[in-house]
Design a protein around this ligand. Structure first.
Ligand code: G6P
Length: 363
C-alpha cells in the first residue's frame, strides 16, 4: 500500500471515501484466513468476554458488546485500557479478552494485554498492523485490511474493526447456537448489503457539506443515540472535537434528562442518530424534548425515520435503510463526513489536529 492524497485536500477525506474497498478487503481477508487457520477461537467455551481498547477503537468495542450480547448470548464488558490495566480486576477462568487497536502499539492496550495473559485469559486481538506488539503477543489475531491510515482521526480503521467484529460475532453465534433468528433476518449477504449501503452513504457527501452551517456559531454540540447507535454518538462527538475543536458530548439518548438537557438552548446543535428501528420512538421523544427547548436538531435517520420526523428536525441526513444490526456501519459515515466538513469550514489542520498523535506509544 502506498499512501498518497490522490488529489484530495486531506488524507482523512480520501480515507473516508475508501471505506467500501477497505471493508471488502477486510472481509475477503477474513474469509481466506479462516480457510487456512489451524485453530479457530472457540467462543462456546467462554463464560464472558472482556473487550479492551482506547479512543475510537474503544467505541468499536462498545458496538461489539451490543452485537455479542444480542446475537451470541455472550456476556461482554468493555473497558478503556488505561482503566483496566490499573484496576487489575479479577479474571475468571474460561475468560476471553479481546483487544482492539489500529496501530497494535498503544501503550495502555499493550499493558492490558500483558496483564490479561498473566491471568491466563484467551487473548484475541483486532489490529491493522500485523507486525505490531499486540499482534505478536496475542493468541488469536484478526486483521483489518484497510491499508495505512494517515489521518490522525480514525475513519476507515474504525469501520474495518466493525467488519472484523461482526464476523467474530457471527462465528460466536454459530458456535454458541444463539441468535439464529437475527442471522436469518440478515440474509445471505449482509456484508454486501453493508458495502452497498456505505457507498450510498458516501454519495450524500454534498448534502452533508451543506449542513455544516448549523455549526457556524457553535461552541458546543451534543450527539444522541440509543442502542448500537449510542457508540456512534460517542464516536461522532469524538470526531467533531478532535478535528474541528468544537466541544462535543455524545450521550445515550435516555440519559438526556439526567444532565445534558440543562445545556440546551438555541445555540446548541444536537445531532440525533436514530434509524427507524425498535428504539426509534424512544429516541424521537428525546428529539422532541430538545427541540422544544430551542435546540437546532440535525436528524440522521433512514427514509422512513426522516419522513416521520419531518416536522421535528431542522435538517435531515438520510441514510440508506438496512437491518438495524448493521446500522453502525452507515451511521459512522454520516458522522465522519459531518465532522470533516465542519473542520474544513473552520480551517483547522484536519489530518494533524493539534496535540494529538496517531499512535500513543507512551502513557
Ligand atoms: C490515538 C488516535 C486515535 C485512536 C487511538 C487508539 O488517540 O489518535 O485515532 O483511536 O489512539 O489507537 P489504536 O491504534 O490503539 O487503535
Amino acid at each position: 500500500f502506498i499512501a498518497t492524497k490522490s488529489g484530495y485536500d486531506h488524507y482523512m477525506f480520501k480515507e473516508i471515501l475508501e471505506q467500501p474497498e477497505a471493508l471488502t478487503r477486510t472481509w475477503e481477508g477474513l474469509a481466506s484466513t479462516s480457510l487456512n487457520q489451524v485453530e479457530e477461537m472457540d467462543f462456546a467455551k467462554l463464560d464472558r468476554l472482556q473487550i479492551i481498547a482506547c479512543g475510537t477503537s474503544y467505541y468499536a468495542g462498545l458496538v461489539a458488546k451490543y452485537w455479542f450480547e444480542r446475537m451470541a448470548n455472550l456476556i461482554v464488558e468493555v473497558d478503556l485500557a488505561s482503566e483496566f490495566r490499573y484496576r487489575e480486576p479479577p479474571m475468571p477462568s474460561n475468560g476471553g479478552c479481546l483487544f482492539i487497536s489500529q496501530s497494535g502499539e498503544t501503550a495502555d492496550t499493550l499493558a492490558a494485554l500483558r496483564f490479561a495473559k498473566s491471568k491466563h485469559q484467551y487473548c484475541l486481538s483486532v489490529v491493522n498492523a500485523p507486525q505490531s506488539s499486540i499482534a505478536r503477543e496475542s493468541d488469536f489475531v484478526y486483521r483489518t485490511l484497510c491499508g495505512p491510515e494517515i489521518g490522525v482521526a480514525s475513519t476507515k480503521a474504525f469501520t474495518s474493526q466493525l467488519a472484523v467484529l461482526f464476523d467474530l460475532v457471527k462465528q460466536a453465534a454459530k458456535q454458541r447456537n444463539a441468535g439464529q433468528h437475527i442471522i436469518q433476518e440478515l440474509g445471505d449477504t449482509p456484508e454486501m448489503d453493508v458495502i452497498n449501503a456505505v457507498q450510498q452513504a458516501l454519495n450524500k457527501a454534498n448534502k452533508i457539506e451543506s449542513i455544516v452551517r448549523f455549526f457556524d456559531d457553535a461552541t458546543s454540540a451534543i450527539f444522541l443515540g440509543r442502542g448500537q447507535c449510542y457508540p456512534i454518538a460517542l464516536e461522532g462527538a469524538l470526531k467533531l472535537k478532535e478535528i474541528s475543536y468544537i466541544h462535543a458530548e455524545g450521550y445515550a439518548a435516555g440519559e438526556l434528562k439526567h444532565g445534558p438537557i440543562a445545556l440546551i438552548d438555541e445555540n446548541m446543535p444536537v445531532v440525533v442518530i436514530a434509524p427507524y428501528d425498535r428504539l426509534f420512538e424512544k429516541t424521537v421523544s428525546n428529539l422532541q424534548e430538545v427541540r422544544a427547548r430551542g435546540a437546532k436538531v440535525i436528524l440522521i435517520s433512514d427514509k422512513l425515520g426522516c419522513e416521520i420526523c419531518k416536522e421535528y428536525a431542522d435538517c435531515f441526513i438520510e441514510m440508506p435503510t438496512l437491518h438495524e444490526t448493521l446500522a453502525p456501519f452507515v451511521y459512522s459515515i454520516a458522522v465522519q463526513l459531518l465532522s470533516y466538513f465542519t473542520a474544513v469550514q473552520r480551517g483547522t489542520d484536519v489530518d494533524q489536529p493539534r496535540n494529538l498523535a496517531k499512535s500513543v506509544t507512551v502513557e
